[in-house]
Design a protein around this ligand. Structure first.
Ligand code: ADP
Ligand code: MG
Length: 352
């Protein structure tokens, strides 16, 4: 019988496991920004300031005025699979209200970066806590003077996984991804003041007191904002299908871009992409848009809980519906109705 030394199979050490796992959750700076912004929103923040340097490759800082954390919570937050958001699988079955729930973001990001958390619980007097974490290890935990809420800093993402760091694109490309992520959350949360700063320059800042139209104005500017028309369809306005309502803003056909980046679509408040939704939108515009041109769209779809699975992979924003065809028809009808009402469509032959 072979001795145990004859086997080629061995257990990986914890550090290696953590770094591999990190690669699955965090692909690039924008994915880390997404996790931090979601945490701030889950903490009920009314302002979220995102600051990045060199497209997020050198520094990402997300500061919020949310619920904050005690020293014990800060320590717990960076441990593996620690969350305050669900207790067990039954919470997932009944539908989670928070954006996060896996309890892996801070731990995994911290295993491939230099992470600093400063936090003070809302309403707590006294000092807050500063925790420094590097490559998966707690370096220090100290009391610190800080405002209520939480600031998380990620420096030198992938500093200890050079192969992955090498795969990062140019500053401009990485920042474009960061910008798209932060923009999506800013548009979905007009009641939160969201600011994005890149290399010391403010890119946009929403007031946190506005409606969707105000958020679009802050993020995309006056020209685009003035070209937006409302979509608001539910009940009998929609053909049969899983969607309960489709609402938001879409642009005049002449206000378009050659990138899909400006199609911001949400299902039950989560920023997602879905082929059926995009095809429904594009179908409504029909030939009004030239080839490879896309409108500005901020569209919220509501689906009854359970009809869509939120337990998708953290990196994937793609969702699938049971009945893609019905979703496509519903989105098409809602957007088409809005465009027709504003006289923005040439009449078209009915499709079969
Ligand atoms: P998840 O969001 O899936 O719970 P994370 O690793 O992102 O996992 O965060 C772990 C925990 O740390 C959260 O459940 C939350 O309790 C706490 N936390 C993280 N970020 C913040 C924040 N900005 N404000 C308050 N609490 C936070
Ligand atoms: Mg989280």
């Amino acid at each position: 019988t072979p001795s145990q030394h004859d086997t080629d199979i061995h257990q990986l050490d914890e550090d290696t496991v953590a770094r591999i796992a990190a690669g699955e959750v965090v692909e690039r700076p924008a994915s880390a920004v997404k996790e931090l912004v979601e945490n701030s929103l889950d903490a009920d923040a009314s302002s979220v300031d995102v600051t990045v340097e060199a497209g997020g490759t050198e520094l990402i800082r997300v500061a919020d005025d949310g619920a904050g954390m005690s020293e014990a919570d800060v320590r717990a937050a960076v441990r593996e699979h620690t969350t305050s958001k669900i207790d067990g699988l039954e919470d997932l079955e009944s539908g989670v209200a928070t954006l996060g729930f896996r309890g892996e973001a801070l731990h995994t990001i911290g295993s491939v970066s230099k992470l600093t958390i400063r936090s003070r619980p809302r309403g707590a007097d006294g000092a807050g806590t500063e925790l420094v974490y590097e490559g998966g290890n707690v370096v220090s935990v100290e009391p610190t003077g800080c405002p209520e809420g939480t600031t998380v800093e990620i420096a030198e993402l992938f500093y200890n996984t050079p192969a992955r760091r090498k795969f990062l694109k140019t500053t401009a490309t990485e920042f474009a991804h960061v910008n798209r992520v932060v923009t999506r959350y800013a548009l979905a949360n007009p009641d939160v003041a969201v600011t994005l700063t890149h290399d010391g320059r403010e890119v946009f800042s929403t007031t946190g007191q506005g409606d969707l139209q105000a958020a679009v104005l802050a993020v995309y500017g006056r020209e685009v904002a003035s070209a937006m028309i409302p979509v608001d369809a539910d009940g009998d306005d929609l053909p049969p299908g899983p969607l309960e309502s489709v609402s938001g803003l879409v642009s005049h056909p002449e206000t378009n871009r050659s990138s899909r980046d400006y199609l911001a679509t949400y299902v039950n408040g989560r920023a997602v992409t879905a082929d059926a939704v995009r095809e429904g939108i594009m179908g409504a515009y029909g030939t009004q848009l030239g080839g490879d041109r896309y409108p500005f769209v901020t569209l919220f779809l509501e689906v009854p809980g359970g009809a869509v699975d939120v337990n998708v992979h953290p990196r994937k924003r793609e969702v699938r519906f049971d009945d893609d065809d019905a979703v496509r028809r519903q989105v098409d009808a809602a957007v088409e109705h809005a465009l027709l009402e504003h006289g923005l469509l040439r009449s078209r032959a009915p499709r079969g």
